[in-house]
Design a protein around this ligand. Sequence first.
Ligand code: KG4
Ligand code: ZN
Length: 359
Amino acid sequence: MSARLFLDGVDDEANGVFLCIETSCDDTSAAVVAGREVRSSVVSSQNELHAQFGGVVPEVASRRHTELVNDVVAEAMSSAGVTWADISAVATTQGPGLIGALLVGMAAAKAIAYRRRLPLIPVNHLQGHIAANYALGVEPPFLCLVASGGHTLLAVVEEGVRYRVAARTMDDAAGEAFDKGARLLGLGYPGGKELDRLAARGDAAAIGFPRAAAKGRDFSFSGLKTALLYHLREMDEDDIVARRADIAASYQAAIVRQLADKTLSVALAEGVPSVAVAGGVAANSALRRELAERCAAAGLRLSLPPFALCTDNAAMIGLAAGFLPALPWPDYLGLDAYASDAEARPQRPRRGPNASPRA
Ligand code: KG4
Ligand code: ZN
């Protein structure tokens, strides 16, 4: 294992072996990451716990994170075969996400880092999703489609985890469109995965849901969700049950077509050689197929992380942390989590003129 590195200022990019924690929503996760190598990644999903409520209940998620976080960290350490002496920094998600859930991971990370006299690297969740692609060897510049339950955007990644937003959704996130569609179809929670599974048995051309998105680069999914609602209202219950797979496949195709159309046209307009995907929706099988075909036809390289690196996980937090400044012991104790990116900047403790985050 590599020796512990001394980091003497917030402007230094950290390296070495990181213990990473991510609890921004309903997955309690920890990982051990060294550079671009993921040595272990443990995710304890709370899906079953929240399924009874039909969605994530923030307070329930926070409490469950509290119960699980120590065991998940211990498992990540032992399956990576590392001891505390091997860890050079602790990385944790600072935001955006559910504030109570984030605070559990932050508190755990601070406690571990403080006790071990280690630096701490606060990581933005979206930069984490994007950085998952570094495990696959992608090199900037690349265009990353970030599509999760809370975000949908096209990021032009210029260097490390520094990116420029080239397009974003004007209303719902793609994951929300999947989840709401799944709910209207009476599928379980979480909806995206269930809808994907059902759609595999259906005919994507059966129903002509509107595929055209808003003009320009930005995404829009709320009209599609309304179209599904109206379509279902016209059908009787038996009909819906009989044609559920076709409806799911057609609805999914409309989301996927919009994501792929915009991704390809922005990639070509930006002149990047590679496309990457990130976030839970990047696990969607139809999206992966469509992007693979269209990127190949357009001569673009495509980075498709394995499912476990698309949905929330702590390994991606470690992959991003390698590009970010580490806060030296014990300057991070007053660090707060942030629920949205808009609240992010004022929250960072300042240490001198160069202490602002790079992305
Ligand atoms: O990135 P993620 O795990 O958590 C957030 O940061 O939001 O993304 C979760 C979203 C949910 O909306 C979920 O339904 C969707 O990703 N999702 C999928 C699939 N797997 C997860 N959507 C479509 N197809 C999938 N296979
Ligand atoms: Zn996420």
